[in-house]
Design a protein around this ligand. Structure first.
Ligand code: KIV
Ligand code: ZN
Length: 523
């Protein structure tokens, strides 16, 4: 057996810091459970001090997700560490992740601290964190632009203070692979006690080098790689988990290491994260993109038919992508539906199954067959969706549009047992629908973004719409799936709006919760 490299997933923390992403605790829990099935070693569940929602998500994941170590982020500030420690309390295996910047530019302009003050804060924070957790990870933010000598001094001091993992973040995605290899070698030689702890890296993708740098780090002997599903994360994102893992597996001849990842769960995890975050995966994305296993050129197709290995360095099955295209139709029945979902690895409770089946029947009514990709789109995020009460429900929709001319929409919604109908005229049919809905619900809501994509090829493909609504700095994501893209647009809008209504009811939208931006400003 080869050396084991641990996979630390930060989709729910760094990934959630991607612009426009905002997951509620239920959605985070659903992703965390899938990450556990994927076999990650560590789940970074959030940054508890950032908002009550983040605290609740970390606490829920700590209580309900077993297997991986659950970790939470904290600045080198006592209240951050106490909050992280409290949120993580229910976890069977917990780790507090403290960080402070060590580069000259961050220390001078962001922290306004002298190097010795930074070192002292790092040491006392690690000591405090150890009172809450046996595992404490210390990250030197912007490590790759730090003075290596100072970095080694800080790392040595925190090992002495009780840190069990040292993380070397390439926070701004600046370092080149060869430089990274040298830096890691330098740290191995100059950090006292480094052999007693785990060494980790956390690479950002600003120059498109996050995966390359993570792989160089593996070759240099690190114990842990930090990454995210679909490469989500601040700015250009983090190293993509699926790319790191499949590179290690496909080129095991070079790396000779193992991970605990069940690679057959990769596709499903990617799809779930994409569905719940609303960030679609680019078609040519390595490993999980729509085209990653598609062979277009005749010569390639011919080669693959003769021997797959001519143009395939890994199989679609190895990431859990089955090639079967036509799976179910409207006569398939509930039993076949449940069985097919089970084969695909989904175990839904009765309420979820009922909801998924109703959506399946609606889709199957309009199409001859429902493909596997459409099934995945149907059930992804069901846990999160079930949590949203359907305050407003679509009853009827009538749309006319043409060229040249305006579009008109008449929408009937049921709310509190009463059906209301409104009509609106606009430049396009989606806008007309949204205006009619706003009239019924009694106010204009800010539409932050709207995305439409076909789930599969073909003229009868289902369209998936992802909508983000914004209120008081909070974002609410909604999804809709239908062969009628206008209907999918309305479903998505209502799904997001119902979340917004639920947040209003809980007072969350108006609670003055500390947002991540406010935390950043307070630094
Ligand atoms: O990029 C970074 O430096 C981070 C740290 C908090 C690990 O995300
Ligand atoms: Zn980061």
């Amino acid at each position: 057996m080869g050396r084991r490299v641990e996979i630390f997933d930060t989709t729910l923390r760094d990934g959630e810091q991607s612009p426009g992403i905002s997951l509620n605790p239920q959605e985070k829990l659903e992703i965390a459970k899938q990450l556990a099935r994927l076999g990650v070693d560590v789940i970074e569940a959030g940054f508890p001090v950032a908002s009550p929602g983040d605290f609740a998500a970390v606490e829920t994941i700590a209580r309900e997700v077993h297997g991986p170590v659950i970790t939470a982020l904290a600045r080198c500030v006592p209240n951050d560490i106490e909050q992280a420690g409290t949120a993580l309390k229910p976890a069977v295996r917990r780790r507090i992740h403290v960080f402070i910047a060590t580069s000259p530019i961050h220390m001078e302009y962001k922290l306004r601290k002298k190097p010795d003050e930074v070192l002292a804060a790092a040491v006392t924070s690690v000591q405090l964190a150890r009172q809450y957790a046996d595992e404490v990870e210390f990250s030197a933010e912007d490590a790759t632009r730090s003075d290596p000598d100072f970095l080694a001094r800080v790392f040595g001091a925190v090992v002495e203070a009780g840190a069990t993992v040292l993380n070397v973040p390439d926070t701004v995605g600046y370092i080149l692979p060869e430089e990274f290899r040298q830096l890691l070698g330098y740290l191995r030689e100059h950090v006292p006690g480094i052999d007693r702890v785990k060494l980790s890296v956390h690479c950002h993708n600003d120059l498109g080098l996050a995966v390359a740098n993570s792989l160089v780090a593996v070759a240099a002997g690190v114990d842990q790689i930090e990454c995210t599903i679909n490469g989500l994360g601040e700015r250009a994102g983090n190293a993509a988990l699926e790319e790191v893992v499949m590179a290690l597996r496909t080129r095991a001849d070079v790396f000779g290491v193992e991970t605990g990842i069940v690679t057959q769960e990769i596709y499903r995890t990617s799809r779930l994260v994409s569905a719940l975050t609303g960030v679609s995966v680019q078609p040519n994305k390595a490993i999980v993109g729509e085209n990653a296993f598609a062979h277009e050129a005749g010569i390639h197709q011919d080669g693959v038919l003769k021997a797959r290995a001519t143009y395939e360095i890994m199989t679609p099955e190895s990431i859990g992508l089955k090639q079967s295209r036509l799976v179910l139709g409207k006569h398939s029945g509930r039993h076949a539906f449940r069985q097919r979902l089970q084969e695909m690895g989904y175990t839904l409770d009765d309420a979820q199954l009922q909801q998924a089946y109703e959506r399946f029947i609606q889709l199957a009514d309009r199409k001859k067959t429902v493909s596997e990709a459409e099934l995945v789109a149907l059930v992804s995020g069901l846990g999160g969706q079930l949590e949203v009460p359907e305050e407003y429900r679509l009853v009827r929709l009538l749309v006319t549009s043409g060229t040249p001319g305006f579009a008109t929409a008449t929408v009937s919604l049921q709310h509190a047992g009463v059906i209301s109908t409104e009509a609106a005229v606009a430049d396009g049919p989606v806008e007309a629908c949204y205006q009619a809905i706003d009239r019924i619900t009694g106010g204009h809501v800010e539409l932050d973004s709207y995305q439409l994509q076909a789930v599969t090829g073909g003229k009868d493909a289902a369209g998936e719409v992802v909508v983000r609504l914004k209120e008081n700095g909070q974002t609410f994501l909604g999804r809709g799936l239908s062969t009628d893209v206008i209907e999918a647009s309305v479903q998505a809008y209502l799904h997001a709006f119902n979340k917004l209504v639920a947040a209003r009811a809980m007072g969350a939208a108006h609670s003055g919760a500390q947002t991540q931006n406010e935390v950043a400003q307070a630094e």
